[in-house]
Design a protein around this ligand. Structure first.
Ligand SMILES: Nc1ncnc2c1ncn2[C@@H]1O[C@H](COP(=O)(O)OP(=O)(O)OP(=O)(O)O)[C@@H](O)[C@H]1O
Length: 890
């Protein structure tokens, strides 16, 4: 490929007529001198090593050597099999230049100092045509990570114009009347795109910007002809929001297919809109000014007043409303319907609503005084100044049945229960770590202990690292919100509550504190709690100030996330590396209660988790044959996996039990999205697509094109086009209201749609069955430095959940599991978490694919059209990554 694509010339004496020759010299300075080593040139690209090793090749009739090679990158050259000149930009100057380049604007500024003799003879059209297209910032951004030449592959600029406003070229001598009357001049790529939609059914599924991929523009006769060869990328010329309707026309064209005229494009639900802006707004493609108002109004048709108050609180906390008081005034009536039935005084009714909303805001970690709402009159406040944290915890209802479960604890659970409760009763404290592989009944044990403590009139605080694990414990909260742990905390940090705060009072009063999934949290968070507890209890020399604290977890599962962390850094971040670890009394649960009917599977899981399962010479463990999907080698194997996990889907679509008791797990969002898209397509019912409103916050000039922002789907964010159908399963992506079961990872089923709100039902955990109304909320990627700008997406915070990532499934029981692994697992505990979600061996199917590239002939290798797709073979063995130094069994 180097010989084929990357040899300059020949030029100079070998070929004096080559295009690069200027004044008898090569303007690109070839042939370059041989060089022993690469060195950084002054104010230039590096001077690369060019070995004088005698290797030569015949290029365009002449023998050339290493001095003629254009700098390239072997990986990119192999991938694209074309000429790509890559230079190293490593000097500070070069990097600064590249960053500056981003902000340079869209177009070349061309100016000319006219000579007085030129006589005003300026060819404006030539200047316009000459203006080179300079890659817009988004392309530059891609260039940073993906250095292609800006003009590869070829881009066809698609004109964007309002009706009858397209550009027409004509001869200076032509009669303008004829120019205007000419039929040919009435045509543009856009008008003919509409016509092609009338004529070709297959065109109707293609967006204007993608049209050049399937149709070729016939320049002379001005029409789109179905494409027979090559491929081309299109790009609609840009438009700024300040341009008004032209911008909204572009938004429509980027989302709507099959339109046959401008009027057709303006027609939404049979109504002809007066402007492209109105049409885009009606289709939900741009944000209307009154979205939040509409969201509440829409929910008012269905929701009970109490759900409306919760939606109002959610909007205050998550949606950045600009006119809080206006929202309050307009929606107070429907939010107070229930109170008005029992109370006659409007002031009292208003106060009741305010008090309720205050409670909701508090449970979301906010204070009502921070919002422009009417004040609360102390005369109506039933709390009489008691800290809300204390009131909240002391009113957590416990299930009487949970206290009865104490009699069914197994031997290990009972031993742990008695030891911990003895410490609670003595009141002299103790720190415990309940170590139990997935399914050994840790949550079961916590429920029983909490019920006992609470039924005795004491306070038991239940927390967990993740929202999902917290929501399955009665009164559970995330540890970060309950203990006010700073989001990023270093060694020696403390929690952010003061000695006089409600949180401090609650912690002093608590008899028992539980922190589940402590193996997933960074040790610094636990140490911060320890520091603060010693401080508020005034007992500096005892861990956690002498309280009874129970941690639980399983170090075989996924460990704390350390971005780009090495094995050593990850292990250092775990609780096992904390100075507190030695003082924790270990309580082991062994019997797998989830898979107790399948002891073979339970033991197998444990061996996988501990890293003691035998490995083959490749370092892979063997998976039981009956859980591996057999390959036929012909049909789509993923389809078979889907069929195993979702049999008779058509008959069970509205059954929430069926939908939530099964899922396909995979490692990356790409694979999960691929499966979810297939599933939603075959799910019955009308499809609703919600489009997000995306922006780059620090981009006042609109350099980042909308379609570029729309195309981004960073981890943890919903897609730009969220496709849903009635009764489809979804998963929540944010901790919206953990105290009420709405946390990152909660599984829901969609029950209704409005333009600005989604009606959904919680289907897992102790809040199962509750209906909630979700608004669109602004979301930012969690990894802030992911983009060179601040990305913000307003969208419903949900994703489809037919399939989910293994990390998201941690802590959830999924009775029927499919595991799709097209690539090997890459971090500690992933395989174990995936396998241990299931309740028995018969309920799990795993599909491991491995691409086996076929041997190709040289001809095939060079010709992209003749390249065959690699064959796929199914495996029954898999890499298993276990950091034995954290596994308790090691
Ligand atoms: N003593 C018991 N008697 C009856 N059922 C039990 C008992 N202990 C646990 N179970 C049941 O076993 C299943 C798994 O228990 P649980 O969810 O508490 O495990 P876990 O250790 O918290 O799992 P994970 O770490 O995967 O979250 C649950 O369905 C639970 O009700």
């Amino acid at each position: 490929m180097v010989v084929k694509h990357m040899m300059h010339g020949p030029c100079g004496a070998l070929n004096p007529k080559n295009v690069c020759m200027q004044e008898n010299r090569c303007k690109c300075r070839y042939p370059r001198p041989f060089n022993e080593n690469t060195s950084q040139g002054k104010d230039s690209y590096p001077i690369y090593r060019r070995r004088d090793d005698g290797r030569r090749a015949k290029v365009r009739g002449k023998m050339l050597d290493n001095r003629w090679v254009v700098p390239y990158n072997p990986y990119l050259l192999r991938m694209f099999n074309c000429h790509i000149n890559v230079e190293v930009c490593s000097s500070i100057k070069a990097v600064k230049y590249l960053y500056k380049y981003i902000y340079k604007g869209h177009d070349k500024a061309s100016f000319n100092i006219d000579h007085p003799d030129a006589g005003g003879n300026i060819d404006e059209i030539k200047r316009y045509v000459d203006a080179r297209w300079i890659a817009p910032p988004e392309a530059m951004w891609r260039i940073f990570g993906f250095p292609l030449c800006a003009n590869y592959p070829p881009v066809l600029q698609l004109p964007l114009h309002l009706p009858n406003m397209h550009r027409v070229a004509f001869n200076a001598q032509a009669d303008l009347k004829n120019v205007v009357a000419s039929e040919n001049n009435s045509k543009s790529m856009l008008t003919e795109y509409f016509k092609a939609n009338q004529e070709h059914p297959r065109a109707r599924h293609i967006l204007y910007k993608d049209f050049p991929g399937s149709f070729t523009w016939q320049k002379k006769k001005k029409f789109w002809k179905p494409r027979v060869e090559r491929f081309q990328i299109g790009r609609i010329v840009s438009a700024n929001p300040a341009e008004g309707d032209r911008y909204y026309l572009r938004v429509l064209l980027n989302h709507v297919t099959g339109k046959t005229s401008f009027d057709d494009l303006l027609t939404v639900d049979g109504v002809l809109c007066g402007s492209f802006r109105e049409a885009a707004e009606r289709l939900g493609l741009i944000e209307a000014d009154n979205t939040l108002d509409n969201c509440l109004t829409e929910a008012e048709q269905w929701a009970m007043p109490c759900s409306l108050r919760r939606l109002f609180a959610t909007i205050l906390v998550h949606c950045e409303p600009s006119d809080v008081r206006g929202l309050w005034d307009r929606h107070l009536d429907p939010m107070s319907d229930d109170y008005r039935r029992s109370r006659t005084s409007p002031i009292e009714v208003e106060q009741m609503v305010l008090l309720d909303i205050r409670g909701m805001l508090q449970s979301m970690g906010k204070d009502i005084v921070d919002f422009a709402l009417p004040s609360i009159d102390d005369a109506f406040d039933p709390t009489e100044g008691e800290a809300r944290e204390v009131i909240e915890e002391s009113t957590v209802e416990f299930d009487v049945d949970d206290t009865k479960l104490a009699s069914s604890l197994n031997l290990e659970q009972r031993a742990a229960y008695e030891e911990i409760l003895a410490a609670v009763e003595r009141g002299d404290g103790g720190v415990f770590f309940v170590d139990g592989p997935g399914g050994t009944g840790k949550t079961f044990l916590y429920r029983v202990m909490l019920a006992k403590v609470r039924s005795d009139g004491n306070i038991g605080i239940a927390t967990a690292t993740s929202g999902v694990a917290a929501s399955i414990m009665p009164g559970g909260r995330t540890a970060h919100s309950r203990f006010k742990i700073p989001l990023s905390c270093d060694d020696g940090a403390s929690c952010s509550f003061t000695k006089q705060s409600g949180t401090a009072k609650l912690l002093r009063m608590a008899s028992l504190i539980i922190w589940d999934e402590a193996s997933m949290t960074k040790r610094q968070a636990v140490e911060a709690l320890d520091n603060s507890m010693r401080d508020i209890m005034g007992i500096r020399d005892r861990p956690f100030g002498g309280k009874t604290v129970v941690f639980g977890g399983d170090f075989r599962q996924v460990l704390p996330v350390v971005r780009r962390g090495s094995r050593g850094q990850i292990i250092d971040a775990t609780l096992r590396s904390s100075h507190l670890w030695k003082g924790m009394r270990q309580l082991r649960l062994i019997t797998n209660m989830r898979a107790h009917n399948d002891t073979w599977f339970a033991n197998y899981l444990l061996r996988v988790g501990n890293g003691t399962e035998e490995v083959d010479d490749q370092g892979n463990i063997l998976l039981p044959e009956d859980i591996c999907l057999p390959s036929t080698g012909e049909v789509d194997d993923l389809e078979k996996l889907i069929h195993h996990v979702f049999p008779s889907l058509d008959d069970n679509m509205s059954d929430s039990n069926y939908m939530t008791s099964r899922a396909i797990l995979s490692m990356t969002n790409d694979n999960v999205d691929k499966i979810n898209i297939r599933m939603i397509e075959r799910f019955q019912g009308d499809e609703v697509i919600y489009h997000s409103f995306d922006s780059a916050e620090d981009d006042p000039y609109g350099y980042y094109a909308q379609e570029f922002l729309n195309g981004l789907t960073p981890n943890g964010l919903p897609p730009h086009a969220l496709k849903l159908k009635l009764n489809c399963p979804v998963i929540l992506l944010r901790n919206i209201d953990p105290a009420n079961g709405l946390c990152n990872g909660t599984r829901l089923v969609v029950r209704g749609f409005e333009r600005n709100t989604i009606d959904a039902e919680i289907v897992i955990g102790q809040h199962a069955g509750r209906r909630v109304f979700l608004p669109r909320i602004p979301l930012c990627p969690s990894e802030n430095d992911m983009f060179p700008f601040k990305f913000k997406r307003k969208q419903f915070p949900i994703r489809l959940s037919f399939a989910m990532t293994i990390n998201k499934a941690q802590g959830q029981t999924v009775p029927i599991v499919g595991v799709y692994l097209p690539n090997p697992v890459f971090s500690h505990g992933q395989l174990y978490v995936a396998l241990s979600r299931a309740t028995a061996k018969r309920n799990i199917k795993i599909l491991i694919q491995k691409e086996k590239p076929k041997e190709k002939s040289n001809k095939q290798k060079d010709n992209p059209k003749k390249r065959k797709t690699p064959t796929v073979s199914l495996l029954t063995s898999m890499k298993n990554i276990v950091y034995k130094e954290v596994s308790l069994q090691a």
